[in-house]
Design a protein around this ligand. Structure first.
Ligand code: F6P
Length: 537
C-alpha cells in the first residue's frame, strides 16, 4: 500500500478540535499497526468493547486511545450528542421534510411511553404490531386461505429500497428461524424479466402479495403491484383480491385507490424513514416468516443497542466508535470506500442493506444549514460474504494501492452442526484481518510476493446470529450512520438526490411510448432514445 496522501478537502477553519485531529493525523499516517501491538500487550483488550450482544474489536485500526479522545472531542464540538438527544427527544431533526426521526420508538418495549408533540406513540405502534401478529399467525397456521380454500404457500413482498432491502436482508439472515410452511419472495426491480421469472413459478390460488411502500407512489412498486394483480385476475375474481393482496404504507388514500381495503392495510407513520423502516409494518414479511416471538426479540435487540447508544460515553459507545473511525479514515487518510465482509452466509444481503442505509443517508454535499460540507462525506459501501470476496477482490485489499478499511462480521456459534466448516470459516475471517494488518515483510521474497500490510479493520463478533443480535447489529449501523451525518452536520434523513432521475425517467418514458423529442436532450441521450424507439417501436 502506498502512503496515504495528504487530505485535499478544505479543513474546518475555526474548529480547534478539528485542528487537533488534523495535527494528530500527521503522526498517525506514519504508524504501523504491528508496532502499536508490539508496544502495548493489552491493546486488544483495551480496544474491545461489548454492547447488546455484539463485541467490537477496533484494535486493528490506525489509532491510539488519544485518537479516540480527540475524535470524541470533535464529535462533541460538532454536536453529535446534542443531535442524538434531539432525535431521541422527538424533535424534527429531519429539517428539509420537517419530520421527527422516531424509528427507535418502534422498538420500545410494550407498556413504555413516548410522548411527542402531545401524542403518546408506543400504544399506537403496539396496536399495529398486534394486528401484524394476528395476520402472521393466520398465515403461518394456514387459517388464512386463498380464494379456492387452499392455504397460502408463497408470500411476495413487492417494494423497493427500504421497503425491500430490510425485509429481504433480515429474512435471509434469520432463515433458520423461518417457518417451512411459507416460501418468501421479494420483487423490487421494475424489470419484466424479474416479474415473469417470479410469477411463472407461482400459483395464484396459494400466493399472497404484500405491497410495501411508504409513499405508495413509487413507480416501480406500483407497476409491479399492477402486474401482480393483472396476473392474479387471470384466474381469480375481483372479489377474491382481499385474500391475496395486503398493503403496508403511510398513504391510506393511495392504498384505497389501488383497491386494497383499510382492513388489509398495515399503517406506519411518516416519522419512519424508508431505510429505517424494517421495524415498522414494512417488516410484515419478516414477522410472518419468523413469527411474533422472534420478531419481538429482533425489536428488543435493537432497543438494547438504542439504550447503549443513548447512554454510553462516546469513547465507549459502539455506534459512535464505528462512526468516528469511519470519519477518521475518510477525512484524514483519503479513503473512498468501506468494505463490509460478513463471514456468515445468511448475512449475504447485509452489505447491500448498508449501501442504502449509509449512502442514501450521508451521500450529501450540503450541511443542515445549506452550506457546502467542508469535508468528504459518505464513502462507498460495498461487499459480499467474506470467503467469496477472498477469491475475488481481496487481492486488491492486500496488494492494491488504495487503503480500504474493512468491517469483518462473524458469529462465534453456527446455526448448524458442521463445526469443522464453521471453524474453517472463522479461521479465514481472523486470518484475513491478521494478514491485512501484519502483511509479510520477507526480504527474500520478490516484490510481487510481498504484502505491505498496515490495512485497518474492525472485527464485529456476535455470539450467534439470532433475531436479537441481528436487531442490535442493524441498530448499531443505523446509529453509526447517524453519528457520521452529525459529524458532517448533514441531514441524514432526507434523499432529495433521487428525485432528478425519477423526473427524467418519467419524461423519457413518455418519449419511448410516444414521439421522441430529440431537441429536449443532449446528443447522447437522444441517440439512446432513438435506438430504443427503433428496437421497440
Ligand atoms: O430511493 C428513494 C426512496 O424514497 C427510498 O428512500 C425508499 O426506501 C424507496 O424510495 C421506496 O420508497 P417507498 O417505500 O415510498 O415506495
Amino acid at each position: 500500500m502506498r502512503p496515504a496522501p495528504e487530505p485535499t478537502a478544505p479543513s474546518l477553519p475555526d474548529s480547534p478540535t478539528y485542528a487537533a485531529l488534523h495535527a494528530h493525523a500527521r503522526h498517525a499516517r506514519q504508524w504501523r499497526l504491528a508496532d502499536l501491538f508490539r508496544a502495548d500487550a493489552d491493546r486488544a483488550s483495551r480496544l474491545t468493547l461489548d454492547a447488546a450482544g455484539i463485541a467490537l474489536d477496533f484494535s486493528k485500526n490506525l489509532l491510539q486511545p488519544e485518537t479516540v479522545a480527540l475524535l470524541a472531542d470533535f464529535a462533541r464540538a460538532q454536536g453529535v450528542e446534542t443531535l442524538r438527544d434531539a432525535m431521541f427527544g422527538g424533535e424534527p431533526i429531519n429539517l428539509t421534510e420537517r419530520r421527527a426521526v422516531l424509528h427507535p420508538v418502534l422498538r420500545m418495549p410494550p407498556g413504555s411511553r413516548f410522548d411527542c408533540q402531545g401524542e403518546e406513540l408506543v400504544a399506537e405502534v403496539q396496536q399495529v404490531l398486534q394486528r401484524m401478529e394476528a395476520f402472521a399467525e393466520q398465515l403461518r397456521s394456514g387459517a388464512w386461505t386463498g380464494y379456492t380454500g387452499r392455504r397460502i404457500t408463497d408470500l411476495v413482498n413487492i417494494g423497493i429500497g427500504g421497503s425491500d432491502l430490510g425485509p429481504a436482508m433480515a429474512c435471509a439472515a434469520l432463515r433458520p428461524c423461518a417457518t417451512p410452511a411459507l416460501r418468501l419472495h421479494f420483487l423490487s426491480n421494475v424489470d419484466g424479466h424479474a416479474v415473469s421469472a417470479l410469477l411463472d413459478g407461482l400459483d395464484p390460488q396459494t400466493t399472497l402479495f404484500i405491497v410495501s411502500s411508504k409513499s405508495f407512489t413509487t413507480h416501480e412498486t406500483l407497476l409491479n403491484a399492477h402486474a401482480a394483480r393483472d396476473w392474479f385476475l387471470q384466474s381469480g375474481r375481483t372479489e377474491d383480491l382481499p385474500r391475496h393482496f395486503v398493503a403496508v404504507s403511510t398513504n391510506a388514500q393511495a392504498v384505497a385507490d389501488f383497491g386494497i381495503a383499510p382492513a388489509n392495510m398495515f399503517p406506519f407513520r411518516e416519522w419512519v424513514g424508508g431505510r429505517y423502516s424494517i421495524w415498522s409494518a414494512i417488516g410484515l414479511s419478516l414477522l410472518v416468516a419468523i413469527g411474533p416471538g422472534h420478531f419481538r426479540d429482533f425489536l428488543a435487540g435493537a432497543h438494547a443497542m438504542d439504550e447503549h447508544f443513548r447512554q454510553a460515553p462516546l469513547e465507549r459507545n459502539l455506534p459512535a466508535l464505528l462512526g468516528m473511525i469511519s470519519f477518521w479514515y475518510r477525512e484524514f487518510f483519503g479513503t473512498a470506500s468501506q468494505l463490509i465482509a460478513p463471514y456468515h452466509q445468511d448475512l449475504g444481503l447485509f452489505p447491500f442493506y448498508l449501501q442504502q442505509l449509509e449512502m442514501e443517508s450521508n451521500g450529501k454535499e450540503v450541511t443542515r444549514d445549506g452550506q457546502p460540507v467542508p469535508m468528504r462525506t459518505s464513502p462507498v459501501i460495498w461487499g459480499t460474504v467474506g470467503t467469496n470476496g477472498q477469491h475475488a477482490y481481496f487481492q486488491l485489499l492486500h496488494q492494491g494501492t488504495d487503503l480500504i478499511p474493512v468491517d469483518f462480521i462473524a458469529a462465534l456459534k453456527p446455526a448448524h452442526k458442521q463445526l469443522h466448516l464453521h471453524r474453517t470459516l472463522l479461521a479465514n475471517c481472523f486470518a484475513q484481518a491478521e494478514a491485512l494488518m501484519n502483511g509479510l515483510d520477507d526480504p527474500a521474497l520478490p516484490p510481487h510476493r510481498a504484502f505491505p500490510g498496515n490495512h485497518p479493520s474492525n472485527m464485529l463478533l456476535l455470539d450467534q446470529l439470532t433475531p436479537a443480535t441481528l436487531g442490535a447489529l442493524i441498530a448499531l449501523y443505523e446509529h453509526k450512520t447517524f453519528v457520521l451525518g452529525a459529524l458532517w452536520k448533514i441531514n441524514s434523513f432526507d434523499q432529495w438526490g433521487v428525485e432528478l432521475g425519477k423526473t427524467l425517467a418519467t419524461r423519457i418514458l413518455s418519449e419511448l411510448e410516444g414521439a421522441p423529442d430529440m431537441g429536449a436532450h443532449d446528443s447522447s441521450t437522444a441517440a439512446l432514445i432513438a435506438r430504443a424507439h427503433a428496437a421497440l417501436g
